[in-house]
Design a protein around this ligand. Structure first.
Ligand code: VGL
Ligand code: ZN
Length: 201
């Protein structure tokens, strides 16, 4: 069993990111057994949930004339437009039913503000609003953050980079992640992670 200063951060293992879901990640369901096995080795587990209002700024439907996977300029920078996904209190936003982590200790919801996205579990996409996760982990004496889940090139990568910037030792456990890979985003994500000193496990 890993000590309490290691945390497993389980990112966005939600129905809408599974095959057949609103924003399906190819082979996204394969992370579930991998994460269950890892979680049994961690005393400390934190789970995240992408959690958008129906009118969310990241949904293509809320930008007349725009299509999913286009980008738009928002006040805080470029935003990819996604199919509507992980709407608060829907089945799509629920965690995968087979995810089995009864000992998970905290659940961080993100992207709940109508006009700001949040790929990262630490900082919203305006790059200044904290979710509170860094403070929680520091209060708990965490030193090492191990990231798993969906999607490698968006929420996992942004969370890992922000964890590193917040002063934690960080690893991404590759076999327990799957990617969207939009226009080379997966290769770019790994390059940024490696350059930042995040270990690829
Ligand atoms: C995610 C795109 C939009 C993710 C969330 O969990 O990686 N990607 N919202
Ligand atoms: Zn989202």
């Amino acid at each position: 069993m890993k000590p309490m200063d290691d945390v497993l951060l389980v990112i966005d293992v939600q129905n809408d990111f599974m095959p057949g879901g609103a924003l399906a990640v190819p082979h996204g369901d394969e992370v579930v057994p991998a994460i269950n096995a890892l979680a049994s080795q961690f005393a400390h587990v934190v789970v995240t949930q992408d959690w958008h209002p129906a009118a969310h700024v990241s949904f293509a439907d809320n930008h007349p004339g725009r299509q999913p996977f286009e980008t738009v300029a928002l006040p805080y920078g470029e935003q990819v437009l996604w199919p509507a996904h992980c709407v608060q209190n829907t089945h799509g936003a629920a965690l995968h039913a087979d995810l089995h982590i009864p000992h998970a200790q905290a659940l961080i919801r993100k992207g709940y503000q109508v006009d700001v996205d949040s790929y990262s579990a630490f900082l919203e996409s305006d790059r200044k609003t904290p979710t509170g996760l860094a403070g929680y982990l520091r209060d708990k004496g965490v030193r090492r953050v191990h990231c798993v889940g969906l999607a490698t090139d968006f929420c996992v990568a942004w969370s890992a980079l922000d964890a590193k910037a917040a002063g934690f030792d960080v690893s991404v456990i590759e076999h327990a992640c799957r990617a969207i890979d939009l226009d080379g985003s997966l290769a770019k994500a790994w390059a940024s992670l490696t350059a930042a000193g995040v270990s690829r496990d």
